[in-house]
Design a protein around this ligand. Structure first.
Ligand code: EPZ
Length: 416
């Protein structure tokens, strides 16, 4: 199992290009299933989760080829409607094939994803919405078995804001007869990016980015060309690294409007941030001030940024609280950060972080994708050497992280 060795204590300086967004690419890859045509995507990040999704799409009959930087997905001849457990168990986002398969083929058999490290993460809202659209759905031997001659438009109000729930229902509704209204919809920028890709394919989606999305069903979709949006969480991760370690970094290719809540909190730590249409610059001299955050659906502070921001608070001057409202078990990085000398106590869904002058290197273990990003940041500021084990978690969501950190002057080495 690969490890990262990080020698901490260096400021970061330089410029990097932000990759395409994992959480936009994954649903958009599934959107290819909706058309008997070819979807051409650019800026699809090279990540473990993308490789897993492509393996699943191939099993369904999609043929993927690369032409230069572009990824072409030919979904003319689908050969299966089943997403097997051995693939779904490694990546929950596989549930995103359910809506498109049901809409395109009239049937789908998708393994229930099961829990994951950060929480139970059920898919009951996905199922409820599809049933509202006329699907007959049963749970058989751990699989969601769904059938619908043709989905019909419906008004759906989800019990809570769900990103992939919104995405699954939006995709299913594109080929339904009639109009679907999703209320309490997720407003994440990745939902907007998916809607843009669907509309390029001939769908009629309006209201994406608001909590009320309307989809007018059409007979068929066609191929299209789409550039995946930049990864705002990757960008936020590097900004937190610079805020913690100090320095001057420029991130290219990211729209600052997609991570306003993170920028506001980083400015409160004392970081100087300049933002252009598609670039961000963060300058941090000296120690950050402690800042409290509370995660919330977009446009609130992203739960996917919580662990990374905790690493900033861990060495900040003062005490802050970090409250996780989305997932029930997203503090696994706390125990590992304590091994690096962080002073954090957990009270229910709130972590109280008392900033310390310095962290000291140790061997720690990644437990989930964003927890491992938080540990990388803590290691960058810890004195001495830190070894982070099980970094396959990191490879799921960060393209070439050691090369990008190295380009910013960090001493990071992958140990195979
Ligand atoms: C998406 O997960 C992201 N993944 C997650 O990013 C992100 O943390 C999460 O949204 C919240 O922003 C992708 O987009 C591929 P939810 P998702 O459905 O859609 C509950 C990362 O690090 N819920 O918005 O699975 C659920 O348990 C990953 O890149 C139900 O109860 O999250 C959670 O408590 C981690 N029933 C809350 O809603 C449902 O049917 C929000 O979950 C659906 C969700």
């Amino acid at each position: 199992m690969d490890k990262l060795r990080i020698a901490g204590g260096r400021a970061l300086a330089g410029e990097i290009q932000v990759s395409g967004a994992k959480n936009a690419a994954l649903p958009i890859l599934c959107a290819a299933l909706l058309a008997a045509d070819t979807l051409e995507l650019s800026r699809v990040p090279v990540l473990q989760d993308v490789r897993t999704m492509l393996r699943l799409l191939r099993q369904l009959g999609v043929r993927d080829t690369r032409e230069g930087e572009a990824l072409l997905l030919d979904a003319r001849a689908l050969t299966s409607h089943e997403a097997p457990y051995d693939l779904v168990k490694t990546m929950r986002a596989s549930i995103l094939v359910l809506g498109p398969l049901l809409a395109r083929l009239g049937e789908a058999r998708v393994s229930l994803p099961g829990g994951c490290a950060i929480g139970a993460r059920p898919v009951d809202q996905h199922i409820k919405g599809l049933q509202a659209m006329g699907a007959q759905i049963s749970i058989e031997h751990g699989y969601v078995v769904a059938k619908a001659a043709r989905l019909r438009g419906a008004r759906i109000v989800t019990d809570m804001v769900t990103v992939t729930g919104t995405e699954n229902l939006m995709m299913a509704a594109t080929l339904a007869s009639g109009t679907t209204l999703i209320e309490n919809a997720a407003r994440e920028p990745e939902v907007v990016d998916l809607a843009q890709a669907l509309n390029a394919m001939g769908a009629r989606v309006s209201g994406a980015g608001t909590d009320r999305i309307e989809i007018e069903g059409v007979q068929a979709l066609h191929g299209a060309r789409h550039a995946v949006m930049a990864d705002r969480i990757e960008a936020g991760t590097f900004l937190c690294a610079a805020a913690a370690a100090g320095g001057d970094v420029v991130l290219r290719g990211v729209a600052s409007v997609t991570l306003d809540a993170t920028l506001e909190k980083l400015r409160a730590t004392g970081a100087q941030i300049e933002a252009g249409d598609d670039w961000l610059r963060l300058v941090m001299a000296g120690r950050p001030r402690a800042v409290s955050v509370r995660t919330a659906p977009f446009p609130g502070f992203a739960t996917d940024m919580q662990a990374q921001f905790m690493a900033v608070d861990a060495i900040a001057s003062g005490t802050a609280t970090i409250t996780e409202t989305i997932f029930e078990n997203r503090f696994m990085h706390v125990l590992e950060m304590q091994r690096l000398g962080a002073d954090i106590t957990i009270e229910g869904n709130t972590a109280v972080v008392r900033g310390v002058e310095r962290l000291s290197g140790a061997t720690v273990m990644a437990t989930d994708l964003r927890a491992s990003a938080g540990l990388v940041i803590a290691a960058l500021v810890a004195e001495g050497e830190t070894i982070i084990d099980r970094i396959y978690h990191l490879d799921r969501g960060y393209e070439g992280i050691e090369a990008k950190l190295g380009a910013l002057g960090a001493a990071v080495e992958r140990l195979r």
